[in-house]
Design a protein around this ligand. Structure first.
Ligand SMILES: Cc1ncc(COP(=O)(O)O)c(C=O)c1O
Length: 391
């Protein structure tokens, strides 16, 4: 079917695998580990990459290909490779790009597991990492060394919802001939396209808003064709590939990403505004609140503010504990980007293993709460938080 796929929503819905002889409307699930060949010559030519086709699901699979094609269209990327989880995407991207003796400059506020890779595993491969504080981006250039390979950034950050200026980072990378690698998980491709601002590679944990219903894990890296080719070669050997079933779920979910994310953001904005006026809340961070320190940058590079709100309950650890113990409807969980609103305490969960000074630099205080705002009626979400704050 020929479709004029001009808009994000249309790309998300009309990017589809080829229809089979059954003329199905909804894409079938290709649960197969391997694919068959007509003869020895076809097999030889396919393995020699003279012929483009699926060989083995560790390399590619029709469901995975469809998911990758959709995310590439949404991000404006040339190519991509899909992974079993967001961390598989992060690790495989790093492992492909970096050699022993290389150096990375990263924002100090990154996801706890990513930080764990930098601190626990990079040193044993003689790879160094220098961190810049989110509020001191002017120090970035001073951290660059002759062996620096790329700048790594998350924006908005997990869990502090800080915002980094992608165009600014890209200018530094171009000046020093470095790659810019961005974890775009919190924004989703609907809200922000880092490639437009100069990123070379964009990583997603598809487990979050891409799935949107807390069902499956997945990850993806998209970007420049020649870099993805290297990531593909590494991954087809090492096997962190996305399963066809998860790819099918994720590709279906992307069809509704735009409408879901619009509503998540509307609810998050209302909740952030409520929290900002609450006497028991010390501070609130949400990219589209005027009080956010990087409000202008968020407005410049994001369509809406996202679904994550960070705030601090008055009364330190004890105030935080009382609040968590009195939540009735929202889920106490470490995931995010679900239809269900999730309340997390980063200091004791996702970032528990992060050193105190790094936690401080990332703005993670003992009383800090991260809320992944869901799709329940916003009045019910507010009511639940209101009654927990009243205790
Ligand atoms: C910003 C960010 N990047 C990467 C990941 C890792 O994704 P996954 O849990 O799918 O491995 C997460 C998970 O929370 C995340 O929040």
């Amino acid at each position: 079917m020929k479709v004029n796929k001009k808009h994000f929503e249309t790309e998300a819905i009309r990017t589809q695998s080829e229809t089979t002889q059954f003329s199905e409307h909804s894409v079938p699930l290709y649960l197969t580990s391997g694919f068959v060949f007509d003869d020895a010559e076809e097999m030889r030519a396919s393995f020699a990459e003279e012929k483009q086709r699926d060989l083995y699901s560790r390399y590619s699979n029709p469901n995975v290909n469809e998911f990758v094609e959709k995310v590439c269209a949404m991000e404006g990327a040339e190519s991509g490779f899909a992974f079993a989880s967001g961390m598989a995407a992060v690790f495989s991207t790093f492992a492909t790009l970096l050699n022993a003796g290389d150096h990375v400059v990263s924002c100090s506020s990154v996801f706890g597991a990513t930080h764990g890779l930098f601190t626990k595993y990079f040193p044993k491969w003689n790879i160094e990492c220098s961190y810049f504080n989110i509020d001191e981006v002017e120090t970035i250039e001073s951290l660059i060394q002759p062996n620096t390979k790329f700048i790594y950034a998350e924006t908005p950050t997990n869990p502090g919802v800080d915002v980094l200026d992608l165009a600014f980072l890209s200018t530094i990378c171009k000046k020093h001939n470095l790659l810019l690698v961005v974890d775009n998980c919190f924004a989703t491709p609907y809200l922000q396209n880092p490639i437009k601002f100069g990123a070379d590679l964009v990583i997603h944990s598809a487990t979050k808003l891409m799935d949107g219903q807390g069902r499956v894990l997945g990850g993806i890296t998209v970007g420049k064709k020649e870099l993805i080719r290297e990531i593909y070669l590494f991954s087809r050997l090492t096997g962190p590939s996305l399963s066809p079933f998860n790819a099918w779920v994720l590709s279906k979910s992307l069809e509704t990403l735009a409408v879901r994310v619009e509503k998540h953001c509307e609810n998050a904005m209302k909740l952030a505004t409520f929290l900002e006026a609450h006497p028991k809340v010390t501070w609130v961070k949400y990219p589209f609140l005027k009080s956010h320190p990087k409000y202008d940058i968020a407005k410049k590079q994001m369509r809406l503010g996202g679904n994550i709100v960070a705030f601090e309950v008055a009364g330190g650890l004890e105030g935080g504990r009382l609040f968590f113990d009195n939540i009735k409807m929202c889920s106490l969980s470490a995931n995010l980007g679900d239809t269900r609103t999730i309340v997390t305490h980063p200091a004791s969960t996702t970032h528990a293993k992060v050193e105190p000074e790094v936690k401080k630099a990332a703005g993670i205080t003992d009383g800090m709460v991260r809320i992944s705002v869901g799709l329940e009626h916003v009045d019910d979400i507010i009511q639940d938080l209101e009654q927990a704050l009243a205790k």
